[in-house]
Design a protein around this ligand. Structure first.
Ligand code: ATP
Ligand code: MG
Length: 286
């Protein structure tokens, strides 16, 4: 940890120890095999739920798809991580404040090429992440769907992965393919089943995925919860207001809050040497 971060932490602990603790962030990639299963909605609302638990959260939008975080929140970030890598902006200038104090960083096209960065760009990326790490308890990375290079780089760098899946059979097989491809790595794999009609349905989907990966990949998955099919999600997307804010008592909001509580309670699956230092090591290793 940098001296500055240490001082900041001390200062904050002195002033409001119960409120916010700033430390080594948990770096969680959020991904799915198939697109359109609800990753971005989940990421944004999970960020808000964690922030309601008193955590400092930064979301990195590393997905260049259309329905991205900015659109979901009605924010118009002018600058992205790409501007930072090109030295046109400082990281502090590109961070946008989202709902409930959640910080949003847009990846821009630069993040697609993380492994092809020049040495100078890489150091700037690391500096930026170090800053984010000192400012956050959680860094959530919305990676986009599928098995492309950038998605895998982010997952490999993170210490935890949340796979979002629905009961749609192709979503399950694609989630399995994703897990199979990252299975060798030192990340803990957590599963959220989205758009369920009952807890039973969520349990069934989780079991299918977990049975296959335990049997064929020798990898035990962690069930961190289910989110119900809820019309309020669609309404909140239209209004560009996250459902945890617009419909705090909805079924979907309750589901995400339970996931946040599960996640926050349970840190035992985090690699012991996880956190920022391992994130950087893993990026450098490649
Ligand atoms: N729990 C839910 N209940 C009802 N509808 C949902 C739910 N979750 C997601 N949706 C619907 O699915 C749509 C897609 O969600 P979202 O954009 O979050 O998916 P994504 O996985 O990020 O997609 P992409 O792969 O394109 O980035 C939403 O606009 C919403 O209409
Ligand atoms: Mg998305």
């Amino acid at each position: 940890m940098t001296d500055q971060a240490f001082k900041l932490r001390e200062l904050i602990n002195e002033n409001s120890p119960e409120k916010v603790q700033i430390g080594d962030a948990r770096i969680i990639a959020i991904s799915s095999g198939k697109g359109g299963v609800g990753k971005t909605n989940f990421t944004v609302n999970l960020g808000i739920a964690l922030s309601k638990l008193g955590k400092k959260v930064t979301i990195i939008d590393a997905d260049l798809g259309l329905a991205n975080i900015d659109i979901l929140l009605g924010l118009v970030p002018r600058y992205t991580l790409t501007h930072v890598l090109k030295m046109e902006k400082k990281l502090s200038e590109i961070v946008v404040e989202g709902p409930n104090g959640v910080s949003i960083v847009s990846g821009g096209s630069g993040v697609m090429d993380m492994v092809n960065l020049s040495q100078a760009e890489l150091s700037r990326l690391i500096e930026s992440l170090e800053y984010l790490n000192s400012e956050s308890d959680y860094i959530l990375i919305d990676t986009g769907a599928g098995l492309n290079h950038s998605v895998l780089s982010f997952i490999q760098a993170a210490t935890e992965l949340i796979v979002v899946v629905t009961s749609d059979p192709t979503s399950i097989t694609d989630a399995y393919a994703l897990i199979k491809n990252i299975g060798e790595l030192d990340v803990s794999v957590k599963v959220v089943v989205n758009r369920v009609e009952s807890n039973r349905e969520g349990q069934d989907v989780f079991s299918k995925l977990n049975t296959a990966s335990s049997k064929f990949l020798d990898l035990e998955l962690e069930n961190i919860g289910y989110i119900y099919e809820d019309y309020n999600v669609k309404k909140s997307v239209k209004k560009q207001v996250p459902f945890l804010i617009g419909f705090p008592n909805s079924l979907a909001s309750r589901g995400v809050e339970l996931v946040a509580e599960n996640l926050d309670r349970n840190s035992k699956y985090v690699a012991p040497n996880g956190g920022f230092s391992s994130f950087i090591k893993k990026i450098f290793k490649k």
